[in-house]
Design a protein. Structure first.
Length: 243
């Protein structure tokens, strides 16, 4: 495992992607930055992080055989690796919010952005960007955001935390490819935020409705039970779960 530490960079995902295309970057190469100037989240959102207080890093994962049709399994593996890492630290009330945010209670503490390098119907490699709020205690009144330090009062060693997440990520992927993929899907669903609970959603028309998360399809679509026991599937950009 090679770890590249940077003082400041626009985006660790962008830096690592350039590294992949311009050099022979090895599997499990990690790029970690003290500060990101253009950190990105899902659907073009930005990831705001105070320099030196949090973990902002990207890790390269190469594959021999990984079908594009199974790409949502990457979200399952990554979110479970982070979940397990934080659970080992005894962070309270952890949940995974579809597709791969990590929450403590109703507060987001970690976001993930996965970008894949494709060859035909195969995923050659994935660049997994992770932003984890660790020692930051002020978030400029951002709603429903927290950090490990705010939750526990403990100051965490960022290097040790990085190694813990990388180790769990390696173990989860090893299990996925050598033992049983379905076990991980079951574990993911067991930790899914608001599963089997009546919740309020907003669709692309900004219309709010009530539904119950029942499952996540193999393609990564959220299966929601709506009124009159009607089941509908939603892609990431088609629905928003409101707190």
């Amino acid at each position: 495992m090679q770890i590249i530490k940077l003082d400041a960079i626009d985006s660790t995902n962008v830096y690592l992607k350039d590294l992949v295309f311009n050099t022979q970057a090895s599997d499990n190469t990690i790029v970690v930055a003290e500060r990101q100037t253009s950190g990105r989240g899902q659907m073009g959102t930005t990831w705001v992080s105070e320099g030196g207080k949090n973990l902002t890093f990207s890790i390269l994962k190469k594959f021999d055989t990984f079908e594009v049709r199974d790409q949502f399994d990457l979200n399952i593996c990554v979110s479970l690796a982070i979940f397990r890492s934080l659970n080992q630290l005894k962070i309270a009330d952890l949940k995974i919010k579809w597709p791969n945010d990590i929450l403590s209670g109703n507060h987001k503490i970690c976001g993930v952005l996965i970008e894949n390098i494709l060859s035909g119907c195969k995923i050659q490699a994935s660049i997994i960007g992770i932003g984890l709020n660790v020692n930051q205690i002020s978030f400029n009144n951002l709603p429903n955001v927290s950090s490990l330090k705010l939750i526990t009062g403990i100051q965490y060693d960022l290097d040790e935390l990085l190694k813990k997440i990388a180790k769990n990520l390696s173990e989860v992927f090893d299990y996925y490819f050598t033992v049983n993929q379905q076990d991980l899907k079951v574990e993911y669903l067991a930790q899914l935020f608001r599963k089997d609970k009546a919740s309020t959603f907003m669709n692309v028309s900004n219309t709010m409705f009530t539904g119950i998360i029942r499952n996540v399809t193999n393609e990564g679509r959220l299966l929601v039970e709506e009124e009159d026991e009607i089941f509908k599937e939603y892609a990431l950009k088609e629905i928003k779960l409101l707190y």
